[in-house]
Design a binder for this molecule. Structure first.
Ligand SMILES: *Cc1c(COP(=O)(O)O)cnc(C)c1O
Length: 471
């Protein structure tokens, strides 16, 4: 049979739309979309027929195949997309799985804000209009020890708004050693190119000196920007200008200095033995004019970004027309206020990301032991289950050279491939993400939330199949 004859077997769009499994799904607003899916599917079959992939089918078979395919696509849409993930990787702030999980208070706040009307921009006492997010700004300023604060959609937006406001008609100076890319989508050079009138790149990749910043000021810099090189570190023959010196230069010439801190370390982590990052309050004490950071990294809040610092500069940012495009919605503001209140009230363990970062090693060892025992009990003999000391990273471009000590459950499979087990774990519901090392899959209990253990063990039983017997 030639290709023309094959193509004749393709059903019409109408024919597929009449099939009860398709017709039964048509609603006022889905009709056009379903018709489009039918067309696309017929088109895909046409191409397959032309390539000779379905030679011996009858007309009825082709129609049934096209209809089945359409129904599969419709079912996938109906099922929806967001699947729950159990994070057993130990990477606390993983951008691909939504960074910081929120605690109960923040979740309740979102629900309340979502369900009805709230005092988003109204002072209920006087009945007059107010600025959006005033309570969040106030809390941020108080907690970071800054004069004022302004919250936006993410830290990229915070940097954009600050640079546009202070250097949109001027120039921003930044060290070549700090022109970073973070997480693939935040490329500082590109944001600066959009936001600033002019970008003055100074120094070299490994060395930047005071005199470079001073020269930039003479060349018209209206903002000196220092950037936390979150996810990498230059070692060897290097020199960077400390923030304190930059502040001195800025003061001497009346040019504002901004530090893109990135991770939002509100809690003084050194108090818990985690070295390497100063808290926001300590950084403000250097006299820096402005600081920007993410809300959903170490701070542990919902996606958001903040600019904190000098009141006159923050006020100018609020007046910038871009602020309207970058503003937060009521759900995020509700969650953010709730998280900041946990900090204010000293309930640090109510912020899951912070709790995971500061979790102590003995508690982690106990949890790993429990998980290991349960897997051993179900899968006796076939799997080698051991407890290993290892390191986990905070993630989200935070603390690149300061991994946390962790205790992992290591499961080694004889003959079976660890990658295959990891893929099966990802395919389950909830999906489970693990670390893979050679023949082993590893569970880092640090990022497994309380109450997720049962589901985790069940997914492992599923993934190992016959190797684990259900009781
Ligand atoms: C993460 C990070 C950003 C980007 O923040 P988002 O909230 O992801 O937009 C910018 N600068 C630094 C230093 C960062 O660490």
């Amino acid at each position: 049979m030639d290709t023309r004859a094959h193509l004749k077997k393709l059903p019409s769009v109408e024919r597929i739309l009449e099939d009860p499994r398709v017709a039964g799904r048509i609603t006022l607003l889905s009709r056009r979309g379903i018709t489009r899916i039918v067309r696309e599917t017929i088109e895909a079959f046409r191409e397959r027929l032309i390539e000779g992939g379905m030679a011996a089918s009858s007309d009825a078979n082709v129609r049934a195949s096209v209809t089945d395919e359409v129904v599969r696509k419709l079912e996938a849409i109906e099922r929806g997309g967001q699947r729950r993930v159990i994070n057993a990787t130990g990477v606390i702030l993983h951008t691909n799985i939504g960074r910081a999980p929120l605690g109960e208070g923040a979740r309740r706040a979102i629900e309340q804000a979502a369900a009805g009307y709230v005092d988003l921009e109204i002072d209920l006492e006087s009945g007059t209009r107010t600025e959006r997010g005033v309570r969040v700004s106030r809390l941020l300023a108080l907690l970071a020890d800054a004069e004022d604060a302004h919250a936006v959609n993410n830290n990229a937006a915070a940097v954009l708004l600050a640079v546009e406001t202070l250097a949109g008609a001027g120039a921003v100076a930044v060290s070549r050693g700090e022109l970073v890319e973070i997480g693939g989508s935040f490329r500082l050079p590109e944001i600066l190119a959009h936001a600033a009138g002019r970008v003055i790149e100074i120094g070299t990749t490994n060395r930047t000196h005071r005199k470079d910043y001073e020269k930039a000021v003479r060349n018209g810099a209206t903002l000196l920007l220092k950037v936390h090189t979150s996810n990498y570190r230059v070692v060897g023959y290097t020199n960077e200008v400390p923030l304190r010196d930059l502040v001195e230069i800025g003061r001497a010439h009346g040019v504002p200095v901004m530090y893109d801190q990135g991770s939002g370390v509100l809690f003084p982590l050194a108090a818990k033995g985690i070295e390497g990052e100063e808290s926001l309050g300590d950084i403000m004490a250097t006299g820096v004019d402005l600081m920007s950071f993410s809300m959903d990294k170490v701070l542990g809040g919902p996606q958001g970004g903040a600019i904190v610092g000098r009141a006159d500069l923050v006020a100018r940012m609020r007046e910038n027309h871009l602020a309207r495009a970058l503003r937060l919605d009521k759900l995020t503001l509700a969650a953010l206020e709730s998280v900041l209140l946990e900090y204010w009230n000293g309930r640090f363990d109510e912020v899951p990301a912070l709790r995971m970062i500061t979790a102590d090693l003995d508690a982690a060892r106990a949890r790993a032991g429990e998980i290991a025992a349960r897997i051993k009990e179900r899968c006796a003999g076939e799997l080698e289950v051991t407890i290993e000391e290892a390191e986990s990273s905070i993630g989200g471009g935070s603390f690149p050279s300061n991994p946390l000590r962790s205790v992992l459950v290591q499961i080694t499979l004889r003959g079976s491939r660890a990658e295959k087990i990891a893929a099966r774990l990802r395919a389950g519901s909830p999906a489970v993400l693990v670390r893979v090392r050679e023949q082993s899959v590893m569970i880092d209990p640090r990022t497994v939330l309380p109450g997720e253990e049962d589901a985790l063990i069940e997914r492992f039983e599923e993934a190992f199949g016959a190797l684990c017997r259900r009781e």
